[in-house]
Design a binder for this molecule. Sequence first.
Ligand SMILES: Cc1cc2nc3c(=O)[nH]c(=O)nc-3n(C[C@H](O)[C@H](O)[C@H](O)COP(=O)(O)OP(=O)(O)OC[C@H]3O[C@@H](n4cnc5c(N)ncnc54)[C@H](O)[C@@H]3O)c2cc1C
Length: 354
Amino acid sequence: MASDADDVVDHRPLIVAGSGIAGLSAAIYAGRSNNDPLVFEGDEPGGQLTLTTEVDNYPGFPEGISGPELVQNMKQQAERFGAEIKNGIIERVDGAERPFTVELANGDVYTADAVIAASGASARTLGVPGEDELMGYGLSTCATCDGAFFRDEKILVVGGGDAAMEEASFLTKFASTVYLVHRREEFRAEDYWIDRVMEQVDDGEIEIMRNTELTEIHGSKADGVDHVTLVENPEGHPTDKLDDPDTEEFDFDVGAVFYAIGHTPNTSYLEGTGVDLDDEGYLDTQGGEGGGQTATDVPGIFGAGDVVDHHYQQAATAGGMGVKAALDADDYLEELERSGQAETSGEVATAESD
Ligand SMILES: Cc1cc2nc3c(=O)[nH]c(=O)nc-3n(C[C@H](O)[C@H](O)[C@H](O)COP(=O)(O)OP(=O)(O)OC[C@H]3O[C@@H](n4cnc5c(N)ncnc54)[C@H](O)[C@@H]3O)c2cc1C
């Protein structure tokens, strides 16, 4: 997509996709480096931390801090250094020409010399009743983050892959019992994790509910999760067999529910850049040309936070990576300026055009 200069709302040295912890950390540093960053918030302003009431493990807050408050503080800090934070979902970045063309879902077009992708990874959910109301109030998608809030409670974990096994195993530190709900008979996790969970089943710490699916979560914001509704069929995938006489529906008391059914990295807007993704769709940053650890294989595009990192996925690590991306982008922009290429258009040999 070549943009007509008349259609461009604004040109910036740096555009940041996402106002989660990674994007805002990048914006603080980029503002202080005089890179005049423009941050687009996407459809979840403030990112995943706005879904949680209490963040107890972000360094610097001995009594903990609410997710929305932490994000708000970071926004103010970024704005203090000149960052502009705007509503807007980036629909497409074009890397065929420089500067990059950044098109929003509302049709507005911007250009930028560099782009930091800090667009996170969305935890997959089931879409069952009770989910929206109780997310952050007894329902969570992050055991490392929220497990400690449910000491001595019965905890239900949904999933059958490595992540579910790991989360179930981790949650035994806190739970009275962990119930691992899986819709099939067989798990698709690695043998290592299955063996480890089976040891904890033998020890009475984990109970497995095979061929079972969650269909509703009951509770309130005030009191958290009270119980769930489950369906079970001996042949598996019970929600596909609700009319089968062998399908049994029952209520089950639990104090918390954790989803561990995977994440989807938010990268679709980068398709037109030809940037490399790994097998699971996460952005590949390899410390490419120009140095630094957040450079992608497309010069000028940097990645930070959960959209890159499928291992740690923590606020502090995402923030750290946002800082690195801003510093790497600053090096890139300085080099661009030295070589006289900033704010110039033209074919870029290394990027693909569609
Ligand atoms: C319920 C819950 C509780 C958690 N609790 C903790 C905790 O206590 N401690 C901890 O360390 N971590 C916690 N985490 C994990 C932590 O929230 C994430 O690791 C962190 O938010 C990742 O930051 P990020 O900036 O990479 O991505 P995100 O927070 O996911 O932010 C991504 C941003 O990108 C935007 N975006 C997406 N697509 C586009 C687009 N096309 N255009 C523009 N913008 C876009 C989104 O709107 C959002 O603003 C929790 C996560 C959840 C879900």
